[in-house]
Design a protein around this ligand. Structure first.
Ligand code: 15L
Length: 257
């Protein structure tokens, strides 16, 4: 099951996670696009904040790719409800339905206040340094994943995703880009690796300028093939950011953007 299947990353990876013998259950508050003829999907319209919806949605699920949530800064109330409480609701429903594996979308913004001069070898599970309420919510998502692994033995992998878009538009993205194809490769590795337990990993492509290490993701079988450098000549030169979170580190707290 993919939560947030109609969102940015969900839309990019849906066709890429299509596989013979795999049924994708697509959950979102916005109805995901109807299936194409050859596509084996089930559509569930509903919110991760609704326990009854999630209980039904988790039935007979082998693994969850939890992408749902606000993907940028928002009010504290919204962030708390959708990103934090929503993730707890997903994990609780997963536990009750005995879903053995959950991949949680975390973000570089859980560690946005780390100076990029220090992140090249920074373990993804080092202490969070969030840059926004959004970043705090991703740190909480990682903590919830840890709790559900430790208490109930669920395999939980938290992915500190960089910038996952079709193309790179700014200088920061040259380091943090996670191409849609590599995103699918990363998710497949996380779905198929044996008994990962609880992990936190960085999720970016094999970018020449990447500011974070990939050894933790590679240990799970991730083999990225893209490099944002192909966009280098067309990106808008931007402010040079000293901090991993870039513009998020100065965005007003709690202001939707
Ligand atoms: C994120 O976590 C956001 O979801 C996305 O919208 C981008 O802003 C990305 O980080 C980024 O850092 O570029």
């Amino acid at each position: 099951m993919i939560t947030g299947a109609a969102g940015g990353i969900g839309t990019l990876v849906r066709p890429r996670l299509r596989k013979q013998g795999r049924t994708l259950r697509l959950l979102d508050i916005t109805r995901p696009a109807p299936p194409e003829a050859s596509e084996d999907v089930e559509i569930v319209e509903g919110s991760v904040t609704d326990a009854d919806t999630m209980a039904l949605a988790c039935e007979d699920v082998d693994a969850i790719l939890h992408l749902a949530g606000h993907s940028r800064e928002n009010s504290w109330a919204e962030t708390l409800s959708v990103n934090i409480d929503g993730t707890r609701t997903v994990l609780e429903a997963a536990r009750k339905s005995e879903v053995p594996r959950v991949l949680l979308a975390s973000s570089n913004h859980a560690a946005g206040f780390r100076p990029v001069s220090e992140t090249a070898t920074l373990a993804a599970d080092s202490a969070p340094r969030p840059d926004t309420y959004y970043g705090v919510s991703k740190a909480a998502v990682e903590a919830l994943g840890s709790l559900y692994h430790s208490r109930f033995g669920m395999d939980v992998i938290c992915l500190r995703i960089g910038s996952c878009f079709e193309e790179v538009h700014d200088e920061r993205g040259l380091g943090l880009w996670l191409s849609p194809d590599d995103a699918a490769r990363l998710f497949e590795a996380c779905l198929s690796c044996r008994s990962p337990g609880y992990r936190v990993i960085w999720g970016v492509s094999a970018n020449t300028r990447r500011p974070v290490p990939l050894d933790e993701a590679e240990a799970l079988g991730y083999r990225p093939q893209d490099d944002a450098e192909v966009f280098a000549s067309q990106v808008t030169p931007g402010t040079d950011h000293d901090l991993l979170g870039g513009p998020f580190t100065t965005a007003p707290l709690g202001a939707p953007n």
